[in-house]
Structure formats: structure tokens, C-alpha cells
Design a protein around this ligand. Structure first.
Ligand code: C2E
Ligand code: MG
Ligand code: MG
Length: 690
């Protein structure tokens, strides 16, 4: 006996009394009970109590009456107890109990009694008719398990028509049992699962094997979901397919998470463009494909992005990158593709083109589209781009070489003035090697005394007298010979060497100016060029003051030149730095004026003293009418603003006369002198030897 049975109150049925027919059956496996004429059990043997379970409040006392056939039983009992019948068998007597139903066979026989007041008794031998009870129990458990399963379960017949679906199926798909019965499960298809998957599924089932896999399905509300399926064939005893059972789980969330991880691995979260890894994969694929057509890699680098990021903040930088990405997406369509490698570096892969000209078209489109003004917060700005182009499979056959080529070409594009593109050429490798060597040599140039200052006199255009001089830097390379500042100053800026070099230039120029002033006994001014990087250096003002103090040169005899382009790149910073320098008492000049797009309103605010008209305007005087107009306008404007004006690059007498007539009093150029080493300058302009 189980403990549960021990706790259960004693049944209201007596076990067999001595001498009763039930007693004789006490140990019999045959279930037996003694019924009264009303169908109540009066006595029962243990086998009966085992067969008829459930000692609820009614107990097994009434258990044989829990039947739709109870009237038939009562009729029989009446006849048996009345003596009109001695025995009877009731087949398929079906009782229901506690949610279960089972069929019994009742062999009823009248029991002769001593004529008790409560009427006759009937002995009922009870047989479980068909093992139905056990089967019912098992089936009930099975049905429960299937119905409440956490997985969706679908049972079809051999032809695939749905016979059954459980509640979870309805939860997932939104379809009720009634809506799907008789239909083929294919109505769930989203159309996104490849045909081959279904082909494999059916061939596996037909071979009577179990199939496992993932299907992309659609719910009743039209939304999609991923279903992880396990589909099993059910065979009868002859091995014939009778049913198919599918057990599935909705794995949409897992799949989406997986897809998100994959996206992160291949896409740049800021711009949603493919990332470096994605780019490499695609490029490798292109290299493997070996198409007969032309494919190209374009490497794009935004001009001055670092400066924008540093001055306007990272949020502004991010907005700029997103805008650039959207514009690139707009002009580059499949089969071509765009990627962001990181920072402000983007790449474009152009594939299957018929001519190099198409590559030029794309590069022109990109440059034009990016140059459109864009709004970042309250600022309107313009981005330009330098593009390096290399031909895939022609210039190189592997990813790293192609990237290096494109990088070299991009540097060249930057070098020739930005906002343009350059194709890679093999000579660029040699140039790059040379640049590396020069960069290395430049580090030692100061120590090895390879740097020298030369001076170009600044002349009074009327009297021909020298009124000042511009210090210009020269590098005498031991092997290469003279290298132009146009080439090595940007290199010095990039490496940071410009700071020590600039310090040396300033000190040397101040010392030399003192010598010239002493030799000529005149208050001459020396002009020194400052580069962008020096301009950003916080110690600039202090360095200038120290230099002046060390050499004894009066502050007003030192003129510092910054180019108009540099000044306009960051107007606010320029204002601050120029004001500091002005406080130190030095003269300030805007170099290459006319090339940097400064407006009159900006110019008015700038704390500068001198405008140097760029050589490009002077060069075509007197042939180019536009240049004549521009030059005389600049001169007029400068005078109106109370600024001194100086013309650069005067090479002819006509130019001198035109400038003088227009009101420009000072100039420099090959007409008077090329930049001269100090001894030569002193020789030419110094007092005649006694
Ligand atoms: P810049 O300051 O505009 O200097 C004027 C340039 O024009 C000099 O070239 C000079 O030699 C050249 N030039 C002068 N007169 C004529 C002429 O009549 N015709 C022609 N065609 N050219 C003339 P250079 O010395 O090669 O210097 C080029 C640039 O390098 C300078 O332009 C300046 O921006 C930069 N640079 C030179 N020295 C220094 C320096 O010490 N520091 C910095 N930061 N930059 C320097
Ligand atoms: Mg200059
Ligand atoms: Mg200049």
C-alpha cells in the first residue's frame, strides 16, 4: 500500500464478511462485489478496489452507477433480486470516473439471502473489458503532454494534410486547429527558405528518416518567424508511412540576435556601411573572380577631417561621417559597393566596368556630391575628399598591395591640392620610398647643419631701396642636393619636426636681421613664415618673445606671415593666436592673399598689418584683365582698411609699374632679387667696402 492510501479514510464499503460469497473471492484476481437492488456496493474484494479506483466522497460504493447504462444495470438488479432472473452478463458496461472512462463486463448473479429487509443481493464479477482503462490513462497522459508541450506540434497524415495541432502551434502561428485542419503545412511558408531545403526535407522523410532544420515561416498576422523543426515519419507495423509529426520551436529571437552579431562583425554601426572585414572579403572575392572587365578600388579620405573633429566635437564629426556615408550610398549602387574602414577612411569597389573613363566619372560624381554644403548643427560647411584609385587585378593581385597602392595614390591626390583623385602608378612606390628616406634624413638635417636661411629683399617699388627681407628656408641634402621647402615643409609638419625647425628659423632670422640692420644702419624688417602646425602650438607666443629677448631685435622689426588659407581654416583660433602675437608687438602679414576666400567682413576683424598679394595674380599682369582688376581691387581694399600691401613674385618692369600706379608701394620678386644667402645679401645691399 502506498502512503497515500494509508492516509485515505476507510471506504464505506465493507470488505467481505465471513460467509459471504465475497469472502471466498478475497484473494481472487477476479474483481467481485456484492450489490444491493439499488446498485450500491455493499462488499467488495481487494481486486475490485484495485480495478475501480478513487475513494472520493462517493467512494466505489456508487462506482458502478457512474454510467450512462446505469438504468440497464438497475433493471437487471431488479429482475435478479426479484428472482425473475438468476444471472446476467452486461457487456461493454461503460463507467466514467475522475475524467477517465473504461469498459467493464459485469457478470451478475443473484445471491440467495435470508430475506433481509433491504431486499436481495447480487454478486457482480467484474472484468476490465478491453484493457481500455490502461490505454485511456496512457492516452490521456500522452494527449496532455502533446497539448501542453512547450513546442509546437503538428500531426499530418501520410499525404501531409494536417490532422492535429497543439496550443503552442496556435500561440506561435496565430492559426487555430479549425483553421488548419486538412491543410498542407506549406501555407506557413514565407518564401524565404530556399527550395533545396524543402527538397531535402521531403527526400529525408520519404526515406523514412527524421529531418532537422530551420525554416523561415509566416504567421497569420503576416509577420515572419524562424522555426527550428524536427520532423519524423510515423510508420505502421508494415513499415508504411501513416503520419508525419513535426515538433518545432520559434527561434526568431535567437536568430535575430545571431544576425545582429553577424551584422556587427561585418558592418560599421555608425554609418551602417560594410566594415573593413566585409571590404576585405568582397575584395578577395573580386580577385578570385578574375573578370575580364575592369574593377577598381577607390580609397577616400576626407580633407581636414581631424581638424573638424577636434574643433567642432565628436558628435559633429559623427554627423559628418553619417552624411558622407549617405551621400556615397546615393551615388554608388549595386553591383558597386561602399565601405567605411574606420575614421574618415572610406572605400568604394567598382566592378565590371568597360572603361577607365567610367571610373573617372564615378570619382568626379563623388567629389561633386561631397562638395555640396552640409549642415552640422548650426554650422554650414563643405567637405572635400582626396581619392586614390587602383585597378584590381591589374595594379596588384592581393588585398594588402591594392590597399597600399590606393593609399599612395590618395596621398598624391592630397599632395596635389586635395579635392581631387589620382590613379596609382608604379612610380608612386619609388616616390613613397624616397619620401620615407627624406623623412628620416630630415630628422638629422638640423643637427647636421644642412638647413640654411636665404633672404629675398623686399623693395620700395618707387625708390628701389630695400625696406625688408623675407627669410626662406633651404635644405641642402647631402645626396639629393637642394630640396624645395614646398616639398619638405609639409613633411616636417606631418612628423612634428616643424616645431624645432621653426624655432631654429625664427632665432636664426632674428640674429641675421640684427646683423643686416647693423651693417646697413637702417630699421629693416625681417619676415618669417609660420606653418599651420606652429600656429596650433600653444607655446608660440612665448617662443617669439624669448627669441626677441635673446637676439635684441625690436618686436616691430619682426614680421610673421601666415597664409590666408590657414587663417580661414579656423577663424576663431586664428583670431586668438594673432591677437596674442600682436600683443607681443610683432607685425603680422597675410601671405598668399587672394587664394583663401576670406571675405571683407573677416578681414576687418583680423588683427593684421600687411597683405601680401599672391604671386599668381601678379604673374599675368599686364595680360590678364581679371588679374589686373583683382590686384588693383586688393590694393584699394587694403588701403581702405588701413593695411600695408606688398606684391609677391614681381618679375617684370611692367608689373612693377602697374603695381606702383595702382598704389602698391612695396614688392619682392626675381625682378629685384632671388632669395640670397646672407653674405650675398650684405654684399649687394651693404655699404660699399671702404
Ligand atoms: P612664400 O612664403 O609665399 O614664399 C614666396 C615663394 O615665392 C618663395 O619660394 C620664393 O622663392 C618664391 N618667389 C619669390 N619671388 C619670386 C618670383 O619673382 N617668381 C617666382 N616664380 N617665385 C618667386 P620658396 O622659397 O620655394 O618657398 C616656398 C614656400 O615655402 C613659401 O612661400 C613658404 O610658404 C614656404 N616656406 C619657405 N620657408 C619657410 C619657413 O622657414 N617656414 C615655413 N613655415 N614655411 C616656409
Ligand atoms: Mg611668405
Ligand atoms: Mg607667398
Amino acid at each position: 500500500m502506498t502512503s497515500k492510501e494509508q492516509e485515505t479514510p476507510a471506504p464505506s464499503v465493507r470488505l467481505a464478511d465471513t460467509g459471504s460469497p465475497i469472502e471466498a473471492l478475497a484473494t481472487s484476481p477476479v474483481a467481485a462485489c456484492l450489490l444491493d437492488a439499488q446498485g450500491h456496493c455493499i462488499e467488495a474484494n481487494p481486486a475490485f478496489l484495485t480495478l475501480i479506483p478513487g475513494f472520493d466522497e462517493c467512494g466505489p460504493r456508487d462506482s458502478l452507477l457512474h454510467s450512462e447504462q446505469a438504468a440497464q444495470l438497475l433493471g437487471s438488479l431488479k429482475a435478479l433480486t426479484a428472482g425473475t432472473l438468476s444471472c446476467q452478463t452486461l457487456q461493454h458496461y461503460r463507467i466514467q470516473h475522475d475524467g477517465c472512462a473504461w469498459e467493464l463486463q459485469l457478470h451478475l448473479s443473484a445471491v440467495p439471502t435470508a430475506g433481509g429487509a433491504d431486499g436481495g443481493r447480487v454478486l457482480a464479477l467484474v472484468q476490465d473489458d478491453s484493457g481500455q482503462r490502461q490505454r485511456d490513462l496512457e492516452l490521456k497522459q500522452l494527449t496532455n503532454a502533446v497539448e501542453n508541450s512547450g513546442s509546437a506540434i503538428v500531426i499530418t497524415d501520410a499525404d501531409g494534410s494536417i490532422q492535429y495541432v497543439n496550443t503552442r502551434f496556435t500561440d506561435i502561428t496565430g492559426y487555430s486547429l479549425n483553421e488548419v485542419i486538412g491543410r498542407q503545412p506549406s501555407f506557413l511558408k514565407s518564401g524565404n527558405t530556399p527550395r533545396e531545403v524543402y527538397d531535402e526535407l521531403w527526400s529525408t522523410i520519404r526515406r523514412h528518416h527524421k529531418w532537422r532544420g530551420t525554416l523561415h515561416n509566416r504567421r497569420k498576422d503576416g509577420s515572419y518567424y524562424w522555426s527550428l523543426q524536427s520532423i519524423s515519419p510515423i510508420l505502421d507495423e508494415n513499415g508504411t508511412l501513416t503520419n508525419i509529426v513535426s515538433v518545432s520551436d520559434d527561434i526568431t529571437q535567437i536568430k535575430e540576435h545571431q544576425q545582429q552579431m553577424e551584422r556587427l562583425a561585418f558592418f560599421d554601426p555608425l554609418t551602417d556601411l560594410g566594415n573593413r572585414r566585409h571590404f576585405r572579403d568582397q575584395l578577395e572575392e573580386l580577385l578570385r573572380a578574375r573578370s575580364d572587365h575592369i574593377s577598381a578600388l577607390l580609397l577616400l579620405d576626407l580633407d581636414h577631417f581631424k581638424k573638424i573633429n577636434d574643433t567642432m566635437g565628436h558628435e559633429a564629426g559623427d554627423t559628418l561621417l553619417r552624411t558622407v556615408a549617405n551621400r556615397l550610398r546615393f551615388c554608388i549602387n549595386a553591383p558597386h559597393s561602399v565601405y567605411r574602414l574606420g575614421g574618415d577612411e572610406f572605400t568604394v569597389l567598382l566592378t565590371d566596368l568597360n572603361s577607365i573613363d567610367r571610373i573617372r566619372d564615378y570619382a568626379d560624381d563623388i567629389i561633386e556630391l561631397l562638395a555640396q554644403p552640409l549642415d552640422i548643427g548650426t554650422h554650414q560647411m563643405q567637405v572635400t575628399v582626396s581619392i586614390g584609385i587602383t585597378l584590381i587585378g591589374i595594379d596588384a593581385m592581393d588585398v594588402s598591395s591594392l590597399l597600399r597602392n590606393a593609399d599612395l595614390a590618395m596621398y598624391r591626390a592630397r599632395h596635389v591640392g586635395r579635392n581631387t583623385y589620382q590613379f596609382y602608378s608604379p612610380e608612386m612606390n619609388a616616390e613613397a620610398r624616397r619620401a620615407l628616406t627624406l623623412e628620416h634624413d630630415l630628422r638629422q638635417a638640423l643637427d647636421r647643419r644642412e638647413l640654411q636661411l636665404v633672404y629675398q629683399p623686399q623693395i620700395d617699388l618707387h625708390s628701389g631701396q630695400m625696406v625688408g627681407m623675407e627669410a626662406l628656408l633651404r635644405w641642402h641634402h647631402p645626396i639629393e642636393g637642394a630640396i624645395s621647402p614646398v616639398e619638405f615643409i609639409p613633411m616636417a609638419e606631418e612628423t612634428g619636426l616643424i616645431i624645432p625647425i621653426g624655432r631654429w628659423v625664427l632665432a636664426q632670422a632674428c640674429r641675421d636681421a640684427q646683423r643686416v640692420r647693423a651693417a646697413l644702419n637702417r630699421p629693416l624688417r625681417v619676415a618669417v613664415n609660420l606653418s599651420a602646425r606652429q600656429f596650433d602650438d600653444l607655446g608660440l607666443e612665448q617662443m617669439v618673445r624669448t627669441c626677441l629677448a635673446d637676439t635684441g631685435l625690436p618686436a616691430e622689426a619682426l614680421e610673421l606671415e601666415i597664409t590666408e588659407g590657414l587663417m580661414m581654416e579656423n577663424f576663431e583660433t586664428s583670431m586668438t593666436v594673432l591677437s596674442q602675437l600682436k600683443r607681443a608687438g610683432v607685425t603680422l602679414a597675410i601671405d598668399d592673399f587672394g587664394t583663401g576666400y576670406s571675405s571683407l567682413s573677416y578681414l576687418k576683424k583680423m588683427p593684421v598689418h600687411v597683405l601680401k598679394i599672391d604671386r599668381s595674380f601678379v604673374q599675368d599682369i599686364p595680360d590678364d584683365r581679371d588679374d589686373l582688376a583683382i590686384t588693383s581691387t586688393i590694393i584699394l581694399m587694403a588701403r581702405q582698411l588701413g593695411l600695408q600691401v606688398l606684391a609677391e613674385g614681381i618679375e617684370t618692369e611692367e608689373q612693377r609699374q602697374f603695381l606702383l600706379a595702382s598704389g602698391c608701394r612695396v614688392g619682392q620678386g626675381f625682378l629685384f632679387d632671388r632669395p640670397l644667402p646672407l653674405p650675398e645679401l650684405l654684399k649687394r645691399y651693404g655699404p660699399a667696402p671702404v
